[in-house]
Design a binder for this molecule. Sequence first.
Ligand code: WTA
Length: 631
Amino acid sequence: MRINTFEEYEIAYKKSVEDPEGFWGEVAQKFEWKKPWTKVLDWNFEEPNVKWFVGGKMNITENLLDRHVRERPNQPAIVWEPNDKDDESVTLTYKVLHERVSRFANVLKSHGVEKGDRICIYMPMIPELAIAVLACARIGAIHSVVFGGFSAKSIADRVNDANCKMVITTDGAYRGKKKLPMKETVDDALIGCPMVEKVIVATRTRTPISMIKGRDYWWEEEVKKVSADCPATEMDSEDPLFILYTSGSTGKPKGVVHTCGGYMVYTTYTFTNVFQYNPGDVYFCTADIGWITGHSYIIYGPLAAGATSVLFEGVPTYPDAGRFWDIVERHKVNIFYTAPTAIRSLMGFGKEFWENKDLSSLKVLGSVGEPINEEAWHWYNENIGKGNCTICDSWWQTETGGIMISPLANITPTKPTFATLPLPGIQPELVDENGEVIEGNGVNGNLVIKFPWPSIIRTTWGDHDRCKQVYFSTYPNRYFTGDGCMRDEDGYYRITGRVDDVINVSGHRIGTAEVEDALNSHTGVIESAVVGYPHEIKGQGIFAYIIMESLLHDEDLTKRDILATVTRIIGPIAKPDEILFVSGLPKTRSGKIMRRILRKVAEGDTSNLGDISTLLDPSVVDEIVEKVSLK
Ligand code: WTA
């Protein structure tokens, strides 16, 4: 399963394409199965219907926990670094984690949770979050983690969509200097969610909260009532493991569904090979477990591989901009995985934050979530890696479950801003607008994948047709990524960004339609249009054009009010960076907003707006250009 040289990579890649079933069957044998599969792969991309390790029975937590408890019980599984630098970090060995997970799984059972039930988890980055996730997996409940920065309405939408019967949360959360409510937000959300029977609350901030009798229970009290022995429920390879909501170009966020067997095999395989993990290595991924990176590469992949995974509660700039490097120094981190937005923001602070830190333990530096610009790549390489670490610019998505295109650390020759080459099992292609495959090198196109890999999205929860429409219909028989891509003369891949109406803000995917819906719910707003534009730190920023019902008395006040509305409806991450009040939007005669023009204006490129003759009223463009120039 482990690739050690570039030649071995080439051999593995070739085999994975020529004989995918043989290839993945061999990899999967390294795991513990309760019953072997009868067929490695069954698939078609028309319905789509993809099944890996058909008929195989297993439980992912036995592979993450029980296996390691036998082999390395006292090795740290999770090292938790609290928000406050002066607080002690907490180590959970594999043995302790196994016990905590089993105990909490029994709590879930004692509250009537059964295999297949959906459980919403809304928590800050504390060990209980990982424990809750794994406890669900232990008994076959499907977890739906909602990022702790989302609003009550976002929680309610997700709880309703998946019909969750339980929510697991905390009293509050610490994030840098801030203390944030969690349970209170859940309470607000649950007003619209009658199907939720129970809420389990872990203590973190001791914020006073209200507890509803018969519905709300304290984590700490419940775990005392149950045994620490919880046999793992037998799961089919294709039973859902979790739902994770992500934004698309239209409508509400969709619940991406991943299943047990293939996801386990692929996240472990990619974790081990991309980062060239060696036993004993300490690994630190700065993502939040509320996103796919946290699912696959804080919890599932690293723990299945038996690694030590650092879980950090706080933010990179608290108490100062050296916090990541303190953690690297303190825990002697060997593999560090973060997002370009964090790198760009930390670059701006002075040398004193990293120069005197001992970063000599580092071997591998990962990047994920958005294209990494050349300057950030070099800064990361030189100042943090001291030229000795591979930069693994890893491209993948919520829907792909695991890393798809990336260097293998210290094996694949890298090139700044290139995710380099596809991992074994991944068959990328570039296509033009007409769906024609673009052959050869030195070309640009839309990125599609032509063959399934073990952790490919299986469906979108409750709406299989949506999965088909969004991912498998644009280009028949291909999985469409939504990303643009170039393949250079050496066959190296560089992801150039989304080609749909998704904005990537600080590595977070936000749909323009979602933000517009939130803006339009403000009483004074008649219509709005949202586009992305290049932003120095965030990668992309959100630019909103808004038509108000009446003339504004106080523009700043109205803006603040509008931003508060977006925070209430989605969460602070979706707040526009720029708002421009306009009296009209550029629309075609058929009423379609011409986003191309709005994007150009937002980028500050008003000199060449292209053909605007098809607009219903070209004069609105003059107004917009004039307003922008006055800003
Ligand atoms: C973008 C995050 C360039 C891309 C794992 C993709 C990247 C979206 C990279 C998925 C990268 C992710 N280089 N772009 N290395 N990694 N992206 O679902 O646009 O939150 O489609 O998954 O992030 O974001 P998601």
